[in-house]
Design a binder for this molecule. Sequence first.
Ligand code: KIV
Length: 306
Amino acid sequence: MQPIRHATSQAKPDANAREVWQGADPTIATVTIRTLLRAMREKKPFAALTCYDATTARWLERAGVPVLLVGDTAAEVILGYPNTLHAPLDFLITLTAAVKRGAPRCLVMADMPFMSYQANEDDGVRNAGRFMIEGNADTVKLEVDASFASLVAKMTRAGVPVVAHIGSRPQHAKQVGGYLAAGKTADDAMKIIADADAMLAAGAAMLLVEATPIEVTEEIVRRSNVPVIGCGAGSACHGQVVVTHDLLGLTDRQPPFALPIMSMGKELGEMADTWKDRVRTGALGDHPYTLADEQRVEFFRRIGRA
Ligand code: KIV
C-alpha cells in the first residue's frame, strides 16, 4: 500500500464538470445539513476546508466555503506533532468554538480526537456533546468502521449529527504503518463498503471517505442517501475536503490531491525579511501615540528635563 501523501493521484479533471456550489447566499442564515443535502440532490459539489482559528474562518466564510472542518490535523499543523494522535480534546473544543465564532454561517464539523470516543460509548457520547455545547459544532466527525455502528446510533439518537470517516483512518496510522490508502484490494474494498453501509444504517448524517480508489468511492456514493465528502477519494463525492495549509503552501509536502494554490510559506519569509529591515532601519511608520502639549511640558518637568 502506498503512503497517501506520496500516492500517484488517480483523480483526473472531471470531463462532465458539474456546477459548483457558489458560496454563501446572504439570504441563507447558515449552512445546515439540509443545505448540503440540497447540494447533493442538485449535483453541485461543495467545498470543505480545514480551519483552526477564527480569523481564517472569517475569510473562508467570506469566500463562500460552506463547510469548515476543525480537523485533528491541528495536532500536526498547529501543534507540530508528527501525526494526528496528539490533539487534546479540550484544545479541539476550544478551536471549534473559535472557528464557529469566526464563521457563524458555515457548517462547522469538529473532529473527535484519538481516544475521545474509542474507550467506551458513554464517554464518546458525552464528548460529542461537549463539541456541540462548548464548541458550538454543527456536526462531529469520527474515524470509524462497522464496529462503531452502535456508538454512531447512540450519538444520532442523542441528536448529534455524525460524520462517519471511513477508508483511510489516520488515527490508525501506527497500527498499519503510516498514512496509507485504503480499499486497494477487493477484500479491503468490500470491507469499506460494509463500513459505509453500517454507518448509513446507524444514521450517520454524512460520510467522509479518505484515500480510496475511485471505483470504491463511486460505489459508496451510489449507495449513500447522505452527502459523501471525499479527501483524496476522487471527484465522485458530493463534497471535497483538504487541509488548508497544503493549499496555502505552508506545509513542506502535500498530497497530490491538495497541491498548493499559493506560496504562503515563501510570502511569510518575505514578510519577515521586510519586517527585519524595518526594525533595523527604524522605519516603523508614523507613530500614532502623542502627548498633548501641556502634558508633555508637565511630563518633562517631572522627569527633570524641563
Ligand atoms: O483532520 C483532518 O484534517 C481530516 C481530513 C479529512 C483532512 O480529517
